[in-house]
Write a protein that binds this ligand. Structure first.
Ligand code: CMP
Length: 490
């Protein structure tokens, strides 16, 4: 609770308690004169009437005192309740259940009522009245049947603590959601459609409840399938890598990808992964499926389709991701760094490069990993990011026609940065085998690449950070290193 709210409650409590206390103090002063006056007034005509009137008012004053005392006590208990549970436990990660607060208050109310009642009616044995009066017991019992059922089921839940506020629970007949409140009457859960469902404790006691505790690593299973033509080992490796990179997939346990079944239509797989925040599993499942589609598109893996279908659909030739080699050639021809290449060499490079498509926010190369290919942005844009003291910083945005990954490819060193897509991005991947003969034939290409690598290195190196420093002091050392790495002569 906010401090200002608490302050307001405190002021209200002080004023209210002050007024009630004042009334309690003043009451005896007016009680005696009124009673005397009534006795005189009625007694002047009839003595018995005078006594009855005084007795009646005596009862009224007693009840009034009970009411005033109880109001004072209720307000004190409520205020203490707020203070103890809201301030003392505010550092607790879970809110203290309102059930505990209510039970605590109810016990105090009952005890106080007994005390106050006895102070006004010392001769009446209230406890005996409650325990011996069968009719009263039956009436109260019937009236409170459901309420007491809920209260005791609630107490059982509280003692058992099968779930806490913030846990995700699934109740077969009621649905699934995050527990928001546990009260003496029931449990409130917020469903994934943002609706509130209140389930009474007595109903809950009879249900089987599936709980995903908030501070636990809960797992999910997602299914997919591929054609029999695709190697399961390759599929498993690719999917595992894709899943690991997704936000909210826990890094503490490696996701499992395994063959679930050799089905009618293809190989059925399942992914078991653990979530940091289980309440967001719908989004995470969806992102996994989306990323698998993109990875499959890049790696030419196909989802299974019903093999009994009689209608055979041929793959459309104008698939958006299949580019003509002409288009690739045009792209490479317009990259300034490849300007010294002959037409034939550029054509060779175009034929040997692969068009890859990446999802928004996916990393194409990752800082620290080894890599033996470089990339030219064909469509879209990518961010060159480095991690410094745990903070990710974007160094450059590369757009269509820009290239990256040349540093790792040409020097054999780990990737100096992570390159991440902004939106859906298509890149041309050029690997070491197809580049080597071209570099051998074009020393000027090696030279201009060395120049760019040196420039990029300079913006990576921070003078104060020696660990980021590379072994390359100038363009010549980069040049020599490339030649050494590729075994080039001259
Ligand atoms: P590589 O080290 O193989 O992988 C990460 C890539 O990010 C790197 O090659 C470069 O292509 C690119 N890169 C690193 N630093 C910069 C920079 N300062 N400007 C542009 N691109 C960069």
């Amino acid at each position: 609770m906010k401090t200002s709210e608490l302050r307001n409650k405190f002021v209200f409590f002080i004023v209210f308690a002050g007024v009630v206390t004042l009334l309690l103090i003043l009451l005896p002063f007016v009680e005696v004169p009124i009673k005397d006056y009534l006795a005189d007034f009625f007694g002047s005509t009839d003595r018995r009437m005078g006594d009855t009137g005084a007795m009646l008012f005596d009862q009224i004053f007693r009840v009034l005192k009970i009411v005033l005392w109880m109001s004072l006590i209720v307000s004190i208990i409520r205020f203490i309740n707020q203070l103890v549970f809201s301030t003392a436990f505010s550092s607790n990660s879970y809110e203290i259940s309102s059930l505990l607060r209510n039970v605590f208050s109810i016990i105090l109310y009952i005890v106080s009522f007994f005390v106050v009642f006895n102070s006004q009616y010392p001769t009446v044995d209230l406890a005996a009245l409650f325990t011996t009066s069968t009719i009263l017991g039956v009436i109260i019992g019937l009236a409170l049947q459901d309420t007491l059922g809920n209260l005791f089921s609630g107490l059982a839940i509280q003692a058992d603590q099968p779930f806490q506020i913030g846990d995700v629970v699934k109740i077969p007949t009621k649905g699934e959601g995050v527990v928001e409140n546990i009260s003496w009457r029931g449990v409130t859960i917020r469903t994934f459609q943002n609706k509130l469902v209140v389930i009474s404790n007595s109903v809950l006691g009879k249900e089987s409840i599936e709980v995903a505790p908030r501070d636990n690593l809960n797992a999910r299973i997602v299914f997919f399938n591929t054609l029999y033509a695709n190697s399961p080992a390759k599929t498993i490796q690719i999917v595992r890598e894709v899943v690991r990179q997704i936000e909210n997939v826990s890094q503490k346990i490696r996701p499992l990808v395994r063959v679930r079944n050799l089905g009618d239509n293809g190989i059925d797989f399942e992914i078991k992964y653990w979530l940091d925040d289980y309440s967001k599993y719908n989004d995470t499942d969806a992102l996994i499926r989306q990323r698998i589609w993109y990875a499959f598109q890049r790696e030419q893996i196909e989802f299974a389709y019903p093999t009994r279908t009689l209608h055979i659909e041929t793959k459309p030739q104008d698939n958006v991701f299949i580019e003509t080699s002409n288009e690739i050639y045009e792209r490479l021809n317009n990259v300034p760094i490849f300007a010294p290449l002959s037409d034939e060499e550029t054509r060779k490079l175009a034929d040997a490069s692969h068009l890859r498509v990446f999802a928004p926010g996916e990393s194409i190369v990752r800082q620290g990993q080894k890599g033996d290919s470089m990339f030219v942005v064909h469509r879209g844009a990518v961010d060159v990011q480095i991690k410094e003291e745990g903070v990710t910083k974007t160094l450059r945005v590369l757009r269509e026609g820009d290239f990256f990954g040349e540093m790792g490819l040409l020097t054999g060193e780990p990737r100096t940065a992570t390159v991440m897509t902004e939106g859906e991005t298509e890149v041309l991947e050029i690997n070491i085998e197809c580049l080597k003969p071209i570099l051998e034939e074009n020393p000027e290409l090696v030279e201009s690449l060395s120049l760019i690598i040196e420039e990029r290195r300079l913006s990576l190196d921070k003078p104060e950070d020696k660990s980021m420093k590379t072994e390359f002091k100038d363009k010549a050392s980069v040049f020599n290193s490339i030649k050494r790495f590729f075994g080039l002569k001259g």
